[in-house]
Design a protein around this ligand. Structure first.
Ligand code: RRO
Length: 298
C-alpha cells in the first residue's frame, strides 16, 4: 500500500492543489462522491492569511495540449477556511493535506500553526511557488529563503511539511536540497510554468493579468525532467505532477522516482480522472511492457 510520510493511502494518485473543488463536487455528485472519491488524499486549494478575491477575468486560456491560468489565489482566508471549508473537507473519506501560502515567514508560521493543530489535517503543503501573485519575493525561487522558511516552520508541528517547488528557475533541485536541509518531509513538483497568450481577436494579452501558469500535457516532459533532477539531489519522497492524463503517464513519474503522483488539469476535463488514472496505473504496473518501459527510463 502506498504511503506518504507515514500516511497510508489506498493508491498513489492524489490531486494537484487548486484543480479540484471537492466541496462543489459534493454538491453535484452528492454522497456518491464519498463512495468513489477519485483521489487517495485530498489537497486543498491554497489558503492565505486573509481573504483574497483573486485576479480579474479572463483567468483561464486554453492552449494546445494545455491551459494557462491566472486565478490569483482567491480564497476565504485562514478563518474562513477553518470555519466554513474545513468541516466539509473533513467529511471526505481520504487524508486531507492543506496548502498554504503567505508573503513572509511570520505569516506562514501563523498559517501552519493554526492548520496543523487541527486533527482533521494530515499534512501541510507549503506553496512557495505560485506564479500569479505579485508579492515581490517568491520564497521558492531562492534556496536560502526556502531553507530559512523551513527552519521557522519545522518546530511548529510534527505533521508532514510538503514543499511545492516552482519550475520557473534554473535549478529546482537546489531548492529541493534547501527544503530537505530545513527539515521538509516531502517535495511536490511542478507548479505551473510562466506563460502568456495573445487573444487573436483583440491583439491584447488573453489573460487580464497579462500572464499566468501553463499546465496540462504540454508541460509533462518538462515536469518529468525536473522530477528526475530533484530525485537525484534529495532523499525526500516526491509527489510528481505536470500534465498527467493517463495511467501510462503516471507510471513514467513513478519510474522516475516519484512516491505519488498528482492529477491537475485533466480533472477539469474529467472530474473522475483520478479514479481512472489509478485504475489504469494498476494495469500499467502489472503488465510486462510497462515494466520494460519503466526500466528503459532509468
Ligand atoms: O491561484 C493561482 O493562480 C495559482 C496558484 Br495559488 C498556484 O500555485 N499555481 C497556479 O498555477 N495558479
Amino acid at each position: 500500500m502506498p504511503e506518504l510520510c507515514g500516511i497510508e493511502l489506498a493508491h498513489p494518485v492524489i490531486n494537484a492543489s487548486g484543480t479540484y473543488d471537492a466541496i462543489a463536487a459534493r454538491k453535484v455528485f452528492g454522497d456518491e462522491l464519498l463512495e468513489a472519491f477519485p483521489f487517495s488524499a485530498f489537497v486543498s486549494k491554497t489558503i492565505t492569511p486573509e481573504p483574497r478575491a483573486g485576479n480579474a477575468p479572463q483567468r483561464i486560456w486554453e492552449t494546445p495540449a494545455g491551459m494557462i491560468n491566472s486565478i490569483g489565489l482567491p480564497n476565504k482566508g485562514l478563518e474562513g477556511f477553518l470555519v466554513q471549508d474545513l468541516p466539509q473537507l473533513a467529511e471526505l473519506p481520504v487524508p486531507l493535506i492543506v496548502s498554504v501560502m503567505a508573503t513572509g515567514r511570520s505569516e506562514f508560521a501563523r498559517l501552519v500553526e493554526a492548520v496543523a493543530a487541527r486533527e482533521e489535517v494530515a499534512a501541510v503543503e507549503l506553496n512557495v511557488s505560485c506564479p500569479n501573485v505579485h508579492s515581490g519575493l517568491i520564497v521558492g525561487e531562492q534556496p536560502a529563503e526556502t531553507e530559512a522558511l523551513l527552519e521557522t516552520l519545522r518546530p511548529l508541528t510534527q505533521k508532514p511539511l510538503i514543499v511545492k517547488l516552482t519550475p520557473n528557475i534554473a535549478s529546482p533541485d537546489a531548492v529541493a536540497v534547501a527544503a530537505e536541509a530545513g527539515g521538509a518531509d516531502a517535495v511536490s513538483l511542478i507548479n505551473t510554468l510562466k506563460a502568456s497568450a495573445i487573444d487573436p481577436a483583440t491583439g491584447a494579452p488573453a489573460l487580464a493579468a497579462g500572464h499566468g501558469g501553463l499546465s496540462g500535457p504540454a508541460v509533462r516532459p518538462i515536469a518529468l525532467q525536473q522530477l528526475r533532477a530533484v530525485r537525484a539531489a534529495v532523499e525526500l519522497p516526491l509527489i510528481g505532477m505536470g500534465g498527467i492524463s493517463s495511467g501510462a503517464d503516471a507510471a513514467e513519474f513513478l519510474a522516475a522516482g516519484a512516491a505519488l503522483v498528482a492529477v491537475g488539469t485533466e480533472s477539469f476535463r474529467d472530474p473522475r480522472a483520478g479514479s481512472r488514472i489509478a485504475k489504469e496505473l494498476e494495469t500499467a504496473m502489472s503488465g510486462a511492457p510497462a515494466r520494460v518501459r519503466a526500466l528503459d527510463l532509468q
